[in-house]
Design a protein. Sequence first.
Length: 100
Amino acid sequence: MSVQHLAHYKDVPAWQLSDSFWLRINPLLPKPKSRFRGRGKNRKNVGGRPSAPARQVMAGMLYVLRTGCQWNAAPKEFGSGKTLHRYFQLWTRKRVFKRM
């Protein structure tokens, strides 16, 4: 008996997220907070830094958890270590990893 898997991991390097894995976990992540406030004509952009790309952040988190390195030692391609750790704490509080 052979079991077919929907995920194709052999096309993706070990440190990146496959598209099939990303499609499964993306709906579980909290939506970024809007930077617009008010209604109608009074709707204004309150500014601030845009949120980090969720896929890049998740890849960075999994890299740190898989390798055991410190957050600040994560490669810069995933963003800063402080950003990764901040999102990790936020998503842990929102029970994202338990739902996975």
